[in-house]
Design a protein around this ligand. Structure first.
Ligand SMILES: [Zn+2]
Length: 418
């Protein structure tokens, strides 16, 4: 029986969202937390985008060092042979890739304005897939953008061509959040049965059904005899109304009626890390967690009304499906209410030594302390907010990688002002 795997796309769909973004260090921290949680794969960025190159390379190095293991790090590119070549030129160490192209008539006509037919779409995808396969990649997925508005016959033809030419998975994208749990179940099930290829389920929340659709789509793929890969983002951050929330999706897989017993994760997820990653993403994106967010919202375990409070005090299971400790909640948090020394882009050595001393980090000599301080200043320039403890510890432990993450210079550009 097929299993369910989580592919988190915060560092791709999340960061491409209007009004939101993450620094390269913040993206790296998300990858580290996802790995600690046991998430199967992180779609860690855009390998054809020049300002991503150092970050992607640095994260591949962290994988080699064992810090980002066993998580898969996958790049997202358009399904063109040119993009494949650019990706490998900029990030030669890439091991996993997803190639994306629109498949609905709406998008084929609306985007390509009559210059491409359905057959052209398949040819472009196959061309890109063959280019990708000519490199030393471990896995390649093919994404059908706007799959939920694509005719099933064409979707089957598209996915079959992808399979024939070496795709490991096909990503079914409900790009506009148009599906219901009923429709996505049927389509994912049909794709799995007719094409016999593992299916990725990528859902958006425009109609408030991203998590429900993800669960239903995964069930459809598994009932069709295939593995299912659900795309999530931390706190559901993603284009427009967002994507399927990571914590809510894992909770739904584990705790919803009948689901967990029958349909299982292929690699275990440590939900007790959920609180930490949700809090970090909220801080890094600058987006508060909604009070009623499943699992991690301020009210997720709050009870006020007499009947509920009395019931939960007698037995939490009266009014709670799962315990706050499942999410890693319950530890008291230290909040400074008096004098505070925090990191900043203009920090000096005295304040910095004080902060690091509190975390019991010692430097070999003053030159090393100055070097780490310089990196911390650069990290603050990128994030424009005080760094969290884990970020400071990361920089102190991996200064060379941090330097690469913080290096942002326009590549291959003619000299300006000459
Ligand atoms: Zn998306």
């Amino acid at each position: 029986m097929g299993k369910i795997y989580i592919i988190d796309v915060t560092n791709r769909d999340g960061v491409q969202t209007a009004n939101l973004g993450l620094s390269k260090l913040e993206k790296t921290m998300i990858n580290i937390y996802l790995n600690e949680m046991g998430v199967f794969q992180s779609e860690f960025g855009f390998p054809t985008t020049k300002h991503e190159a150092f970050y992607l390379e640095a994260n591949e190095e962290l994988a080699e060092l064992g810090l980002l293991k066993p998580i898969h790090l996958s790049g997202w590119i358009r399904a063109t042979a040119d993009d494949v070549e650019t990706a490998f030129k900029l990030v030669p160490k890439l091991k996993h890739l997803n190639l994306s192209i629109s498949t609905s008539d709406q998008m084929i006509q609306g985007k390509f304005q009559g210059r491409k037919t359905r057959d052209d779409i398949i040819l472009m995808m196959v061309d890109a897939l063959e280019a990708a396969r000519s490199h030393e990649l471990e896995t390649v997925g093919v994404n059908a953008e706007d799959a939920s508005r694509t005719e099933l016959d064409f979707l089957v033809k598209f996915a079959s061509a992808a399979k024939t030419h070496g795709a490991d998975r096909v990503r079914y994208c409900d790009t506009l959040g148009y599906d219901t749990p009923f429709t996505i179940y049927d389509t994912a099930n049909a794709l799995a049965k007719h094409v016999s290829i593992p299916i990725e389920i990528h859902c958006h929340n425009d109609l408030g059904m991203a998590v429900a659709n993800s669960i239903a789509g995964a069930k459809g793929a598994i009932d069709g005899g295939q593995h299912a890969y659900i795309n999530t983002t931390v706190n559901g951050i993603g284009e427009r109304a967002g994507n399927a929330d990571l914590v809510a999706t894992v909770l739904a897989l584990a705790k919803s009626k009948g689901m967990g017993e029958e349909y299982q994760l292929g690699s275990p997820i440590d939900l007790s890390k959920g609180w930490k990653i949700a809090k970090f993403a909220s801080y890094a994106f600058g987006v508060p967690i909604p009070i009623n967010q499943p699992g991690v919202g301020a009210n997720a375990f709050a009870h006020a009304s007499g009947i509920h409070a009395d019931g939960v005090l007698k037995d939490p299971e009266n009014y709670e499906l799962y315990d706050y400790t499942d999410l890693g909640r319950g530890e008291p948090e230290f909040v400074e209410t008096g004098r505070e020394i925090c990191s900043g882009e203009y920090s000096g050595i005295s304040g910095f030594s004080h902060i690091m001393g509190q975390m019991e980090v010692e430097f070999a000599d003053s030159a090393e302390a100055e070097r780490i301080l310089t990196l911390v200043r650069y990290a603050n320039v990128a994030s424009q907010r005080p760094l969290v403890e884990d970020e400071l510890l990361f920089i102190a432990k991996y200064p060379d990688i941090a330097k690469k993450l913080l290096t942002l210079r326009p590549l291959d550009m003619p000299q300006l002002g000459t």
